[in-house]
Design a protein around this ligand. Structure first.
Ligand code: HXC
Length: 257
């Protein structure tokens, strides 16, 4: 499949998507949306893939939604096309997605990273929701997801002042899971993805589902959901294999990968 705005590769059991609009700092236009969601769906459907990495360039993960594309839209245009709703397609992907972020992750770029399952950042990463400087506000989930990641005070600060957050602050605040030197970013993200892809795929997918459930429900309902899914895992051959391997002091050879 030929893509215009992204590069798509497979590394062993990992799918790698690289945003590739360098002249626009990977600004997210409607073509990028169509291609990223399409590539993710293809990886999700591919039984040989166990985890996915999305990355950009060393200068920019993505500098936001494409301002030039949306500048002249009317309210009716935005409403009728349900502007940015298509990105929710990313949250329907059932395999884990890691965002590997170097450089700018601003506006829609920060929001795209937050739609992934976790974020690994390079030391030069800069996160921000600068929409307020354009006379608008976050429109791809920033006001909701950033608040859940970093709490109300920092989310208000970021969304109301438009300031950027460096990688060190992002890690301290819980927005990113790890920070690595820029030259090691892709290797680190691919290594994490390969680790995940080496586990039992149904166990991985159920774990993703359970962690995501914590965002959508009460603690009591979430705990019930976790327990039901945990019990269901005893129906997996991979549970028998994983626990037998532990007792036999060998590495597990999961069948459902
Ligand atoms: C379209 C963009 C862009 C964007 C950068 N470019 N960001 N084009 N949409 N979001 C383009 C520039 O116009 C320029 O093209 C080229 O990329 C290089 O950018 P420069 O500004 O020359 O680079 P630099 O001086 O290094 O500054 C980098 C930067 C700056 C700080 C990231 O580009 C910037 O502030 N970008 C906008 C960031 C932003 O506001 N993002 C939020 C967007 S709104 P030309 O052709 O001029 O050389 C959003 C949410 C939408 O994402 C939801 C609300 C409705």
């Amino acid at each position: 499949m030929a893509y215009e705005t992204i590069l798509v590769e497979t590394r062993e059991r990992v799918g790698l998507i690289t945003l590739n609009r360098p002249k626009a700092l990977n600004a997210l236009n409607s073509k990028v949306l169509e291609e990223v969601v399409g590539a993710l769906e293809a990886f999700d459907d591919n039984p040989r893939i166990g985890a996915i990495v999305i990355t950009g360039s060393e200068k920019a993960f993505a500098a936001g939604a494409d301002i030039k594309e949306m500048a002249s839209k009317s309210y009716v245009d935005a409403y009728m096309e349900d502007l940015f709703a298509g990105w929710e397609g990313l949250t329907r992907v059932r395999k884990p997605i890691i965002a590997a972020v170097a450089g700018y992750a601003l506006g829609g770029g920060c929001e795209l990273a937050m739609m992934c399952d976790f974020i690994i950042a390079a030391e030069n990463a800069k996160f921000g929701q600068p929409e307020i400087t354009l006379g608008v506000m976050p429109g791809m989930g920033g006001s909701q997801r950033l608040t859940r990641f970093v709490g109300k005070s920092k989310a208000m600060d970021m969304c109301l002042t438009g300031r950027f957050m460096e990688a060190e602050e992002a890690e301290r605040s819980g927005l990113v899971s790890r920070v690595v030197p820029p030259g090691e970013l892709i290797e680190e993200a691919l290594k994490a993805a390969e680790t995940i892809a080496g586990f039992s795929l149904p166990a991985v997918m159920m774990t993703k589902e359970a962690v995501n459930r914590s965002y959508e429900t009460t603690l009591a309902e979430g705990l019930r959901f976790e327990r039901r899914v945990f019990h269901a895992m005893f129906a997996l051959d991979d549970q028998k294999e994983g626990m037998a391997a532990f007792s036999e002091k060998r590495s597990a050879n999961f069948k459902n990968r």
